[in-house]
Write a protein that binds this ligand. Structure first.
Ligand code: FES
Length: 176
């Protein structure tokens, strides 16, 4: 009687011996990576700090220079924009020029003789707009004023233009 031997089924589990690759080397690489990243980040920060320091220095220098520059400009602007009105060469002899912003009309009745008046017409207060033929003209109702003394040359105004004090130094005319 032959007995068939029972087939062995307890073959070794193939998976038992084959260990999945551990994270060993990978972890090592990861650490190396982290370390490298750390170094890179550190270097980056150092670089950024260096740049920031450089920028700060540049800004300081620029700011100081800008401040000086604008200070100087402001000073000049103040001197120029304060009372300065015109150059004498801008005012025609026997005529004048109106400065709307300053509300002043500057005239030169005779060579080298400068006078200034308020541009407010003494009739109803319109600003005078024109200097022509030895008179200052108001466009509203046609009043005219003599450039010599601001007196009325033509009604309806009855009172002279208000005279303004000016200084003439060299070729510069300034409001007093
Ligand atoms: S306001 Fe100048 S003429 Fe009347």
């Amino acid at each position: 009687m032959a007995q068939a031997p029972a087939p062995r089924t307890d073959s070794p589990a193939p998976a038992a011996g084959a260990e999945p690759p551990t994270a060993g080397p990978a972890a090592g690489a990861g650490e190396a990576g982290r370390t490298r990243r750390g170094l890179l980040i550190g270097a980056g920060l150092a670089g950024a700090a260096g740049l920031a320091a450089a920028c700060g220095g540049g800004d300081d220098a620029g700011g100081a220079a800008g401040g000086e520059g604008s200070g100087g400009g402001g000073g000049e602007g103040g001197a120029g924009g304060g009372n300065a009105l015109a150059r004498t060469s801008e005012i025609p002899v026997g005529g004048g020029k109106i400065f709307e912003a300053e509300k002043v009309v500057v005239v030169q009745p005779a060579q080298g003789q400068f006078k200034a008046y308020s541009t407010a017409c003494t009739h109803k207060g319109c600003p005078v707009k024109k200097v022509s033929g030895g008179v200052i003209e108001c466009p509203c109702h046609g009043s005219k004023f003599k450039i010599e003394d601001g007196s009325v040359a033509s009604p309806p105004a009855t009172k002279p233009l208000e005279e303004k004090q000016i200084n003439v130094q060299g070729d510069q005319i300034t409001l007093a």
